[in-house]
Design a protein around this ligand. Structure first.
Ligand code: SAM
Length: 366
């Protein structure tokens, strides 16, 4: 009918930024003319708009893809953040606690997960005086560091997040005084991007309001046409800055097998280095590792190698088991693809295959 637009395959996921707003407030304002539906398949656009409240991730909603939301005041002022559901799991499963210590986001730009960690901390701390709210966000790439700074500012995370711009996480000293206070680390390193689906532009892994909060939507529209908010795809190593094979972007389907294996091998060595470095932080208790890849070489294989490393043995790192789950883990049953774990068949609980675009390879606990 004229009222209903066709249902799109990929919904538009939106995280309500708890630093600046609340789900309740957004349902009463930005989404006041939306009707709540019980499943994603019932989402509709047009005049009868609908909204789905995610049952797993707090403050996450889905609507049909449309551009209206990007013109809303709530989006322009950072009350709403466009972030896929899969991308919300790492911070949620890390389960940061304001009374525990500092959190490091090792590979932070553009800052979706950094600001999510900060939002969880600020929500949990609101009634607990004296908690230290600390997220240290490292980003190696200079241009992406600027994007991170911009996102943290828009999201209102300045007082919670300390940005270490142009900082290589693997060069951060785990023995420094501040590192000694780090109890949780979120690792979302560069990857092949092979699991990225439903993106409009392959080079964009960030949705930031392209206008300042005070800019009118008309001005914003005008500016956008001439200067779309695009950022350069990331590269993972200084030495590989010129190597396009290491850029994070959806893989071409016809990529030659040898080239693909070389790329996955380079990426997975780097990813393993990031995890091993995180494991060396003396007070660290939890690590989440995530990629937007569907390749086990970047997911389960990396996690299994990290668990088999000498630093894991020395510090007692192990996979989180069902009986030791933090809150978020209890409500999420997927634990990785058992068949892909070549190095320790019994370490993962289930034979479930993660079917999200962004695979949560696993979480570790000490
Ligand atoms: N977590 C981000 C988010 O959700 O918005 C996305 C992170 S992106 C997948 C990986 C980022 O890690 C890139 O911005 C890349 O420049 C950065 N990076 C790569 N190697 C790094 C290193 N050794 N230290 C710090 N950052 C690094």
């Amino acid at each position: 009918s004229g009222d209903q637009k066709p249902i799109v395959r990929h919904p538009r996921w939106i995280r309500v930024n708890a630093i600046k707003s609340s789900l309740e407030k957004q349902l009463q304002t930005t989404f006041s003319d939306y009707v709540q539906v019980e499943s994603l398949s019932k989402l509709s656009g047009g005049q009868t708009k609908s909204i789905y409240l995610d049952p797993h991730i707090p403050n996450l909603v889905a609507i049909v893809q449309n551009t209206d939301i990007m013109r809303s005041k709530a989006y322009r002022t950072g009350e709403l953040i466009l972030q896929d559901k899969a991308s919300c799991f790492p911070a949620y499963l890390l389960d940061p606690r304001p009374d525990e210590g500092l959190v490091i986001d090792a590979c932070a730009a553009p800052g979706n997960k950094t600001t999510h960690v900060a939002a969880i901390l600020s929500e949990r701390a609101s009634n607990e005086d004296g908690d230290s709210l600390g997220v240290i966000a490292c980003e190696k790439n200079p241009a992406r560091s600027q994007t991170l700074e911009k996102m943290v500012k828009i999201a209102g995370g300045d007082s919670i997040i300390s940005i270490k711009a142009k900082q290589d996480f693997t060069k951060l000293d785990p023995e420094s005084a501040i590192s000694g206070e780090v109890t949780a680390l979120l690792l979302d390193p560069s990857c092949s991007g092979s699991g990225i689906v439903g993106r409009d532009e392959s080079t964009v892994d960030v949705h930031l309001p392209s206008a300042s909060a005070s800019e009118s939507s008309q001005q914003s529209k005008k500016r956008k046409r001439s200067n779309p908010a695009k950022i350069k795809p990331e590269t993972i190593e200084d030495s590989s800055q010129e190597d396009p094979t290491l850029e994070e972007q959806p893989m071409p389907a016809e990529e030659d097998g040898v080239k693909l294996q070389a790329r996955l091998s380079a990426l997975s060595s780097f990813q393993l280095r990031i995890i091993e470095h995180a494991m060396s932080f003396p007070a660290a208790k939890r690590i989440t590792y995530s990629t937007c890849s569907v390749h086990p070489e970047e997911n389960e294989h990396v996690v299994m190698k990290a668990l088999a490393s000498s630093i894991a043995a020395e510090r007692g790192w192990r996979i989180m088991r069902r009986d030791q789950q933090v809150d978020g883990m209890r409500r999420w049953h997927i634990r990785g693809w058992k068949a892909a774990c070549e190095l320790g068949q019994n370490i993962l609980d289930d034979a479930n295959i993660c079917d999200d675009a962004e695979t949560i390879a696993d979480a570790c606990i000490r």
